[in-house]
Design a protein around this ligand. Structure first.
Ligand SMILES: [Zn+2]
Length: 389
C-alpha cells in the first residue's frame, strides 16, 4: 500500500468502472454496524422497498455490493432504561424485526451466526443479516442474559454505549473517565469468550478498553471507531489502543461518520448544536408520538441543519484512518463499520450503502492491492469471527 498508484501493477487510477465493480463484487463486504434496525421498529420501514431517505435498504445494499450487514441492536438508555424489562424489550423487538425481515424474504436475506454462514449465504447470492448489541444494558446485569442474547443470534456486544453501566465505563460520560470493568464486567467478557460472542470496544471508556483487552482470550473488535491521532474525540482509539487491539488478533472497523474522522468537525458540530437547540426542541415538542418518534423528529432537524452548516467530508478522510491503522499494525487489522442510519451526517461521496464502491475506488487509488481490499472490506472480520471459538 505504500506504492504510488502509478507504480502499482494491478491497480491504476485508470481502472475502469467495470473492473472496479468486478473487483469490489468479488470481495465479501461486511459492514459491522448500521442502526437501520431502529427504523424498522419505529418507522416500520420496509427494507425491500427503495427508501427515499436514510442510508440503507436492500436495493441500495445490492447496488453497493454489500454482502453482510450487522444490524445494531441499540438500546438508548435515556429512553428505554439502562437495564430492566424496558431495555430488554427494546433489544428483543429489534432482534425480532431483523428475524422478520429474513423470514419474510428468504430468497434475498438469511440470518447468519458465523463466518461459515456468511460465506454460504453469499455463495447462494443472498444477503447475510447479523446482529450485535450496542451497549450492554439489555443483559440487565445478569450473566445468564449474555447466553440468552447469544441464542437469539447476537454475535457481538459493546459493554456500554454513551452511558456507563455499573460494570463498564463509557467514553460518553463523566464516570467513564475512571470507570473500567468491575469483577462482573470481567465475568461478562469471559462469558462472551466462552460463547463466541465478539467483544466490541466502540464507545467504551479508556479504562474499560484496557480491561477488555487484558481480560478477553479472543480477538477484540471495534465495530465503528476511528483513530484519535487524526480526529481527537474520546470515542476513538489511540495508537497504543490500536496496537493492543491488533495484538489480540482483532480489527478496527473504521466508522464513516464525519464527526469521528474529520479533525475539528466535532467541535464545529457542538457549536451548531447550540445554534439549533431551539429548533430541535420545538420539533420534539410538536411531535405527538412516543419517545422514539420524538427522537426521529429531533434527528430530522439535525440532519437538515448539519448539511447546511457543517463542511462536507469525503471518503479520502475515511481512508486516511484506514491508512493510519495499516501503518501502525498492518493490513490484517482494519475493516469497516458505517454507522449508517445512526448518524445525521454522512460523507459526501459515501452518503448511503449504494456508494460503497467509491471506497474501493479510493483504496485502489492509494495503491492497495485486490487482496488488501478484500481484507479491508470484510475478510479480516470473517477471520475474527472464525477465531471466536
Ligand atoms: Zn454507536
Amino acid at each position: 500500500m505504500t506504492e504510488k498508484p502509478e507504480t502499482s501493477k494491478s491497480t491504476s487510477p485508470e481502472t475502469n468502472s467495470n473492473d472496479l465493480l468486478d473487483l469490489h463484487r468479488r470481495a465479501i463486504a461486511v459492514d459491522m454496524h448500521a442502526d437501520t434496525t431502529q427504523r424498522m421498529v419505529d418507522e416500520k420501514v420496509d427494507l425491500m422497498q427503495r427508501l427515499p431517505d436514510g442510508h440503507f435498504d436492500t436495493a441500495r445494499a445490492r447496488e453497493g455490493a454489500l454482502d453482510a450487514q450487522f444490524f445494531s441492536i441499540w438500546v438508548e438508555p435515556q429512553l428505554f432504561g439502562g437495564g430492566g424489562s424496558g431495555a430488554m424489550k427494546r433489544a428483543d423487538v429489534q432482534i425480532a424485526a431483523v428475524r422478520e425481515l429474513v423470514e419474510q424474504h428468504p430468497d434475498t436475506w438469511e440470518f447468519a451466526g458465523s463466518a461459515a454462514d456468511v460465506r454460504r449465504i453469499v455463495e447462494a447470492g443472498k444477503l447475510a443479516a447479523l446482529a450485535g448489541l450496542e451497549g450492554g444494558y439489555a443483559i440487565d446485569e445478569k450473566l445468564e442474559n449474555v447466553e440468552r442474547y447469544y441464542k437469539m443470534g447476537v454475535r457481538y456486544m459493546s459493554p456500554a454505549w454513551s452511558v456507563s453501566t455499573s460494570w463498564a465505563g463509557s467514553s460518553g460520560d463523566e464516570v467513564g473517565v475512571t470507570r473500567g470493568l468491575n469483577d462482573f464486567g470481567k465475568q461478562v467478557v469471559r462469558e462472551m469468550n466462552r460463547l463466541g460472542m465478539m467483544v466490541d470496544v466502540s464507545h467504551v471508556s479508556d479504562p474499560t478498553f484496557w480491561d477488555i483487552v487484558n481480560t478477553s482470550s479472543r480477538p477484540v473488535v471495534a465495530t465503528h471507531s476511528g483513530c484519535r491521532a487524526i480526529a481527537n474525540v474520546p470515542r476513538n482509539l489511540t495508537d497504543d489502543m490500536i496496537r493492543a487491539l491488533a495484538k489480540t488478533g482483532g480489527v478496527v472497523n473504521v466508522i464513516f461518520y464525519p464527526e469521528h474522522i474529520e479533525p475539528g468537525w466535532s467541535d464545529k458540530k457542538k457549536r451548531v448544536d447550540v445554534e439549533i437547540a431551539t429548533m430541535v426542541r420545538r420539533a420534539s415538542e410538536e411531535e405527538k408520538g412516543d419517545v422514539a418518534h420524538k427522537k426521529i423528529a429531533r434527528d430530522e432537524v439535525r440532519r437538515k441543519e448539519y448539511a447546511k452548516r457543517l463542511p462536507p467530508v469525503t471518503i479520502s478522510r475515511l481512508v486516511d484512518h484506514i491508512d493510519h491503522v495499516v501503518k501502525l499494525v498492518g493490513i490484517d487489522h482494519v475493516g469497516m463499520g458505517s454507522d449508517f442510519d445512526g448518524v445525521q451526517a454522512t460523507l459526501s461521496d459515501l452518503a448511503d450503502v449504494s456508494q460503497l464502491p467509491n471506497l474501493t475506488r479510493e483504496l485502489l487509488r492509494r495503491g492497495y492491492s485486490e487482496s488488501d481490499i478484500e481484507k479491508i472490506l470484510g475478510g479480516n472480520m470473517l477471520r475474527v469471527m472464525e477465531a471466536q471459538k
